[in-house]
Design a protein around this ligand. Structure first.
Ligand code: NAD
Length: 415
C-alpha cells in the first residue's frame, strides 16, 4: 500500500488548506518540521537466547496546544517518514477535536505477529528505556496504534513508572482498565467514527442508515468497533477484510459473529454465507459508504476512479492521496477526513489522561456521552466551515485546526 511518501502527502494537504485559511508566517514555518524526532536502537534478548536489535522512532511534531500525543505502531513497514506524517496528522486531529494536546507518534519496525508475548514485553520495555527522558504526562503521552494494544500500553506505563520511581499512569493511554485505563477506550475510535458519520449524514444524503450499505477495509480494533456501531445503528455491513483478504455478502454481516469466527479460525475467509474478496475489490464495491480502516494509501490515483460509494469515511490515518481526493471530489463523493473521523481514539485517550491525573474513574456511559457530544459539535463545526469557505471537508477540518493552532501560538508569543 505504501507507494507514496505519507509525509509529502501530509504537506500537500497543508498547502492546499493554506489556500483557504490564511495563517501567520510564524505558524506556517513552525508547521513545516517536527519539533523533535528521535531514532533508537533497541536490543532484545529473544526466546532462543540470541540478540536482535530493532529500530524505533518517536516524532514530537507540535506542542503548541499541549503535551505531544499519539500512538505507537508496531509494523514491518513503520519508518521515520511514516511516523513523521502520523505525528503531523495528530497535531491537526487534536486541534480539530479541541482537546488540550499537541501531536506526536511513535513506531518500531517489527512484525509483532512473529514475536512471543515475552519478546514483545522486552522490546516495549527497551523502547521506553530509550525514550524515557522525552516522555511524561506533561511532555509526551503515547497511545495505541496498529500492532499495539492495551497490554503494550500497560507495559509502557509500568516501565516508565519504574524508571521515574513512582506510579505514573498518565504517561500512556489505552491501558488495561485495571491498570488505569479508561472505560470505553477500546471502542472509542469506532464509536467516534459512527458519531461523526451520523452528525454529517443529513448533509450528505437523504437516505436513512437502514437504506445504506457499508464496506470496511481493515477489521482490527478500529474497523471491528466501527462495524459494530454502524450495525447497531441499522447500517448493512456488506464486506470486511483484514491483511489476508476479505469477505462479502449482499445479505449483510453481523460483526459480532464475524469477530467470533475470526477469533476461532484466525481468518475471515470461509465465514458462512460469504464470498472471498480482495482488499482492492472491496474498495470498489457498489455501496453507500466505503471505509478504509487499515493503512495509508488505500485510495490513490490508481483506484479512485473505480470507487462507487457515495461517502468515504476515513478511519485509517492518511488512506487517501491528494490526487485521489481530487478525483473523488469530481465524482461527487464526499470524503469524511481522518483528522475528524478517527479522532474518537485520541479524545478518549485524553479523557483517560485526565482521569489518571485527577485520580478518577469515569463510567463507560459518561465517557461515551462526552465523546458523542464533542464529536457532534466538532463535526458540525467542520461542516459549517466547509460551507463558509466553499471547500471540501478535509480543507475545512484543516482550516479549523489552523485557526486553533494560531490562537495557541498567539497566546505563547504574547507572553
Ligand atoms: P489494528 O492493528 O488493530 O488493525 C489493522 C487491521 O488492518 C487488521 O485487521 C489488519 O489485518 C488490517 N490490515 C493490515 N494491512 C492491511 C492491508 N494491506 N489491507 C487490508 N487490511 C490490512 O490497527 P487499528 O488500531 O485498528 O488501526 C487501523 C487504522 O486506524 C490505522 O491507520 C491507525 O493509524 C488508525 N487509527 C487507530 C486508532 C486507534 O485508536 N487504534 C485511532 C485513530 C486512527
Amino acid at each position: 500500500m505504501a507507494d507514496m511518501d505519507p509525509f509529502e502527502q501530509a504537506q500537500i494537504q497543508l498547502a492546499r488548506a493554506l489556500k483557504v485559511q490564511k495563517i501567520s508566517d510564524a505558524l506556517s514555518a513552525r508547521l513545516r518540521k517536527p519539533e523533535r524526532e528521535i531514532t533508537v536502537a533497541i536490543p532484545v534478548t529473544m526466546d532462543d537466547g540470541t540478540t536482535r536489535v530493532f529500530e524505533g522512532y518517536r516524532v514530537q511534531y507540535s506542542s503548541l496546544r499541549g503535551p505531544y500525543k499519539g500512538g505507537i505502531r508496531y509494523h514491518p513497514d513503520a519508518d521515520i517518514n511514516e511516523v513523521r506524517a502520523l505525528a503531523f496528522w495528530m497535531t491537526f486531529k487534536c486541534a480539530v477535536a479541541g482537546i488540550p494536546m499537541g501531536g506526536g507518534k511513535g513506531g518500531i519496525t517489527v512484525d509483532p505477529k512473529t514475536l512471543s508475548a515475552g519478546e514483545i514485553e522486552r522490546l516495549t520495555r527497551g523502547f521506553v528505556q530509550r525514550l524515557a527522558p522525552i516522555l511524561g504526562p506533561y511532555m509526551d503521552v503515547p497511545g495505541p496504534d496498529v500492532g499495539t494494544n492495551a497490554v503494550v500500553l500497560g507495559i509502557i506505563a509500568d516501565e516508565y513508572s519504574e524508571i521515574v520511581g513512582k506510579p505514573t499512569p498518565a504517561v500512556a493511554t489505552g491501558k488495561p482498565i485495571n491498570e488505569g485505563g479508561s472505560e470505553g477506550r477500546a471502542a472509542a475510535t469506532g464509536a467516534g467514527g459512527m458519531h461523526t458519520l451520523m452528525a454529517l449524514l443529513p448533509h450528505l444524503t437523504k437516505k436513512k442508515p437502514a437504506q445504506m450499505t457499508v464496506a470496511i477495509q481493515g477489521f482490527g480494533n478500529v474497523g471491528s468497533f466501527l462495524a459494530r456501531n454502524l450495525f447497531s445503528e441499522g447500517f448493512k455491513i456488506i464486506a470486511v477484510s483484514d491483511s489476508k483478504g476479505g469477505i462479502h455478502s449482499e445479505k449483510g454481516l453481523n460483526p459480532d459473529a464475524v469477530e467470533r469466527y475470526k477469533k476461532d479460525n484466525s481468518t475471515l475467509k470461509g465465514f458462512p454465507g460469504t464470498k472471498s474478496i480482495t482488499n482492492e475489490k472491496l474498495l470498489e464495491l457498489p455501496c453507500e459508504i466505503v471505509v478504509p480502516a487499515a493503512l495509508e494509501n488505500a485510495i490513490t490515483k490508481h483506484n479512485a476512479k473505480k470507487i462507487r460509494a457515495n461517502i468515504v469515511l476515513e478511519m485509517a490515518n492518511g488512506p487517501t492521496s491528494t490526487e485521489a481526493d481530487d478525483i473523488l471530489f469530481k465524482k461527487g463523493i464526499a470524503v469524511v477526513p481522518d483528522i475528524l473521523a478517527n479522532s474518537g481514539g485520541v479524545v478518549v485517550s485524553t479523557y483517560e489522561w485526565e482521569q489518571n491525573l485527577k485520580g478518577e474513574h469515569w463510567s463507560e456511559k459518561d465517557v461515551l456521552d462526552k465523546l458523542r457530544k464533542l464529536l457532534n459539535r466538532e463535526s458540525k463545526n467542520v461542516w459549517e466551515r466547509s460551507k463558509k469557505l466553499k471547500t471540501d471537508l478535509r480543507r475545512a477540518a484543516f482550516a479549523l485546526a489552523l485557526e486553533r493552532l494560531e490562537k495557541a501560538l498567539g497566546a505563547k508569543t504574547a507572553k
